[in-house]
Design a protein around this ligand. Structure first.
Ligand SMILES: [Fe+2]
Length: 183
């Protein structure tokens, strides 16, 4: 993560690593539990830890990718699923849908999105149709998915101090030293 996330976060103004650390910090400051913090830290892991040709919603692309490409949220959730509780994988998988949902349900939300987030929305299914939004809101852990999404949106401040990645090492090791027995 230190190496692959140190690159610039697409068209955003902070690195992937700074973005992840700010997102986790916002969650911790808000008193989020360990699983939610972990999901915040790793929510974009599919952006930098997966081969880019497999990703269908990069900040850099301008047209939809053909073939098997899937969203970075799907790729990231699949990557961590063997190691983390179901809720953490769900939250990572849901962070694009949470954006689509908030665009549909909260007036003014779309306007607050960064240029990059507006751009990738087009490759993530666009603003959620009303019927899908009603169903999404019934998903387990949905309120947590929305909390993650709001921290995600805020975690793009240049130069904002946070604890460093090493501070989260015990948390990461707790889950990633070995796959879950049931996975
Ligand atoms: Fe993000």
């Amino acid at each position: 993560m230190t190496k692959s996330a140190a690159r610039q976060y697409g068209t955003e103004r902070v690195t992937d690593l700074a973005h992840a650390l700010q997102c986790a910090e916002l969650a911790a400051d808000a008193g989020a539990d360990e699983e939610l913090i972990l999901a915040c830290l790793l929510h974009d892991v599919g952006r930098y830890a997966v081969a880019q040709e497999e990703i269908g919603d990069t900040l850099e692309q301008v047209t939809p990718r053909a073939g098997k490409a899937r969203g970075h949220h799907e790729a990231g959730a699949d990557l961590i699923q063997p190691y983390v509780p179901e809720r953490v994988a769900f939250l990572v998988r849901s962070h694009a849908d949470a954006k689509r949902y908030l665009c549909a349900s909260e007036p003014g939300y779309y306007a607050t999105l960064s240029k990059g987030s507006k751009h990738t929305l087009t490759f993530q299914g666009g603003i959620m149709p009303a019927e899908e939004a009603v169903s999404a809101a019934t998903r387990p852990w949905w309120p947590d998915a929305l909390r993650l999404r709001r921290w995600d949106d805020q975690a793009k401040l240049v130069g904002k101090p946070t604890r460093d990645l090493a501070a989260w090492e015990p948390l990461l090791r707790k889950y990633f030293d070995a796959p879950r027995a049931s996975a």
